[in-house]
Design a protein around this ligand. Structure first.
Ligand code: F6R
Length: 241
């Protein structure tokens, strides 16, 4: 694992955006795995800035997002599809039919999971997967206790995740209780993994994930078994490492 120490959130975002843009420049037809949440926002802002300057071209890039809430439509401002459009896709020259995210309004979630997984394989697999880290060690919505051998599946959100994500909703009751998420096996099949973390609230879990035992009770600890992981953290997040 490579670890890049950033001074603060902006520096972390720039360093991680540099790694993603190098991937796109070296392989314009690449497949990126993308994440939502607060941590990647600065990365998307930086990539948009470089796109506006003409420094990066997304016209041949394909993306697959990690996850989507069940029950929220693309129009819902809390859906991850909406998040991605607002914060990234609508601002760069990525072709809409190259962007993929599970359908949260599907009537057959099991089938949606299987076809999402098939599509990733059909597109050649993920070259670089961007990951944020949940305070309980989740990656995607793979909550503590999730088996490492799962592909894309329906996951129940843990109480701590509902609590952490309620900041985006009017009321806690509005936070969906389940989601479709790439599984740990899907994530581990990515050729390269880029983990980003910011803030002191991630410091404890970061230490457990990367320097503690590999165990399903800390899902991100599985990343210790991947042979190409890059971690970019700011000083606060890396303060215990
Ligand atoms: C987002 C995702 C989640 C987040 C994690 C960290 O698509 O799958 O695992 O990466 O919850 O979220 P933030 O960045 O908001 O701390």
């Amino acid at each position: 694992m490579r670890v890049y120490r950033a001074t603060d959130y902006n520096d972390m975002s720039r360093k991680a955006a540099n790694i993603l843009s190098a991937q796109v420049i070296l392989k314009p037809k690449c497949v990126l795995g993308l994440a939502t949440g607060s941590t990647p926002l600065g990365i998307y802002r930086q990539l948009i800035e470089w796109y506006d300057k003409g420094d990066i071209d997304f016209s041949e890039v394909t993306t697959f997002n990690l996850d989507e809430y069940i029950g929220l439509s693309a129009e819902d401002e809390n859906s991850y599809q909406n998040f991605m459009k607002r914060n990234f896709w609508d601002h760069v020259n990525i072709s809409p039919d190259h962007t993929h995210i599970p359908d949260g309004k599907t009537r057959d979630a099991k089938r949606e999971c299987a076809s999402y997984e098939r599509l990733i394989t059909k597109r050649g697999g993920i070259d670089m997967q961007l990951l944020g880290l949940g305070q309980n060690g989740h990656i995607g919505f793979n909550e503590p206790g999730t088996a490492f051998d799962k592909d894309t599946h329906v996951a129940k959100l843990s109480d701590i995740t509902i609590e952490a994500n309620k900041r985006f909703f009017d009321r806690e009751e509005d936070v969906p209780r389940s989601a479709i998420t790439m599984g740990i096996r899907s994530i581990m099949q990515s050729r390269r993994i880029l983990v980003v973390a910011s803030g002191v609230q991630k410091s404890e879990i970061l230490k457990r994930a990367f320097f503690g035992p590999v165990t399903p009770s800390v899902p991100a600890s599985v990343l210790q078994l991947h042979n190409d992981v890059t971690l970019v953290g700011d000083a606060e997040a890396l303060s215990l490492i």
